[in-house]
Design a protein around this ligand. Structure first.
Ligand code: HEC
Length: 118
C-alpha cells in the first residue's frame, strides 16, 4: 500500500494533482490542531481554510519564501487576488489551481479570516 502510494506520487508530482491533494490533507491536519478562534478574537476559520494553511500557515505566515504572508492583510485585497487567480487575470500554478474551485462565499470567508489574524 505504501509503495503504491509512493508510485502514484512519483507519477503525478511534482506539482501535480497529488501534490495539491497532499497539501490539502496536510492543511486539514494542521488546521484541526488550531483552536478556531484563538488567534482572531472573533472570526472563525472557515473549514475550507484547511486547503490554504499548508502553504500560508495556520497563523497566516507563509511556510516558505515563495508563499506570501496573508496575516493581517486587507480583506478586500485578498478577495481581489483570489478572484484574479480564479478568473485567470493573475496566474501562478499553485494558486490558480487552488482558487479554481472556490465559491464567492468561500473567498469572502477566507479573506475575512486571514485579514483578522493577528
Ligand atoms: C501549494 C501552496 C499553496 C496553497 C495550498 C495555497 N496557496 Fe495561496 N499562494 C501560493 C503562492 C506560491 C502564492 C504566490 C503567487 C505568486 O507568486 O504570484 C500565493 C498567493 C496567494 C495570495 C496572494 C497574496 C498577495 O499578497 O498578493 C492569496 C490571497 C492566496 N495565495 C490565498 C490562498 C488561499 C485562500 C488558499 C486556500 C484556498 C491558498 N492561497 C492556498 C501558494 C499556495
Amino acid at each position: 500500500m505504501k509503495t503504491r502510494a509512493a508510485t502514484v506520487i512519483r507519477i503525478a508530482g511534482p506539482f501535480g494533482i497529488v501534490d495539491i491533494l497532499l497539501s490539502v490533507l496536510l492543511g486539514m491536519v494542521i488546521l484541526s490542531a488550531v483552536p478556531a478562534r484563538a488567534e482572531t478574537g472573533n472570526v472563525a476559520a472557515p473549514p475550507i481554510a484547511g486547503r490554504c494553511v499548508a502553504c500560508h500557515g495556520a497563523d497566516g505566515i507563509g511556510k516558505a519564501p515563495q508563499y506570501p504572508n496573508l496575516k493581517g492583510q486587507k480583506a478586500a485585497y485578498l478577495e481581489k487576488q483570489i478572484q484574479a487567480f480564479r478568473s485567470g487575470a493573475r496566474v501562478e500554478p499553485w494558486m490558480s489551481a487552488m482558487a479554481k474551485s472556490l465559491t464567492d462565499e468561500e473567498i469572502v470567508a477566507l479573506a475575512a479570516w486571514f485579514a483578522a489574524l493577528r
